[in-house]
Design a protein around this ligand. Structure first.
Ligand code: F6R
Length: 255
């Protein structure tokens, strides 16, 4: 595992975007796994500033709410369209999001899992981490080998995401999420974490036991993980948590 520690959230975006740009230059038809939420937004903003040909890049979103009407501005389909597809000028036909308004969401989830495999798998999966250790919307208790499926959101996750809705009640109760086993099949996992409020859970995930109680701890079992964290989020990591390769100006060694 390599861990980059940078001063600010904006710098996490620059470092992660640099990693992604290098991947796309070496593999122009790279398949990206696309996280939503606040953490990856600086990545997409920074990647838009790179001169890299995105025309053959494809993407799979990590998750989607179940039950929002099509076109709802906070559905991840819309967030991905606004923040990723349009900003990076990706071909919309090459960007998939689970179908949260499907009549049979479980079936839609299984189809999505199959579509990732049919595409040859994900080259780089961008990830954030929830305050309760969730990875995608795999809440605590999720099996470490789980597949893409319908999951019930915890109250903690709904409260955290209420900032995107007019009222907390509007946050959907369920979602379709890539499973932990699905995520673990991506060839490279790129976790971006910002803020002191994530420091404790990041340390638990990277330094604590691998357990379904902290789904993100499964990252410890993946052979190729890059963590990009700001100073605040990295502040509780144990010394020696990871090999830190300083490849980008502004990154600090020594965790
Ligand atoms: C988003 C996702 C979630 C978020 C996590 C952190 O697609 O799957 O796991 O990455 O909830 O959210 P933020 O970045 O908003 O703190």
């Amino acid at each position: 595992m390599e861990i980059f520690v940078v001063p600010t959230a904006s710098a996490t975006g620059s470092v992660a975007a640099g990693i992604l740009a290098a991947v796309i230059r070496s593999k122009p038809d790279a398949v990206l796994g696309l996280a939503t939420g606040g953490s990856p937004l600086p990545i997409y903003a920074a990647l838009a500033g790179h001169t890299v040909d995105m025309s053959r890049v494809s993407g799979f979103a990590l998750d989607e709410y179940v039950g929002l009407p099509a076109g709802h501005p906070e559905s991840y389909a819309e967030v991905v369209r606004r923040e990723v597809t349009e900003r990076l000028q990706l071909d919309p036909a090459k960007v998939a999001v689970p179908d949260g308004s499907a009549a049979d969401p479980e079936r839609a989830a299984a189809d999505y899992d199959a579509a990732i495999r049919a595409a040859g798998g994900i080259d780089v999966q961008i990830l954030g981490i929830g305050h309760n250790g969730h990875l995608a919307f795999n809440e605590p208790g999720s099996a470490l080998d789980s597949r893409t499926r319908v999951e019930v959101l915890t109250e903690r996750t709904r409260a955290a995401n209420a900032r995107y809705f007019s009222t907390a009640e509007e946050v959907p109760l369920r979602c379709i999420t890539q499973g932990l086993g699905t995520i673990m099949e991506a060839r490279h996992l790129l976790l971006v974490v910002n803020g002191v409020d994530k420091a404790g859970i990041l340390a638990a995930a990277l330094n604590g036991p691998v357990t379904a109680d902290c789904p993100a701890s499964v990252l410890q079992r993946h052979p190729h993980v890059t963590v990009v964290a700001d100073e605040a989020a990295a502040s509780q990591l144990a010394p020696g948590s990871g090999r830190v390769a300083v490849r980008v100006a502004g990154a600090r060694a020594g965790v």
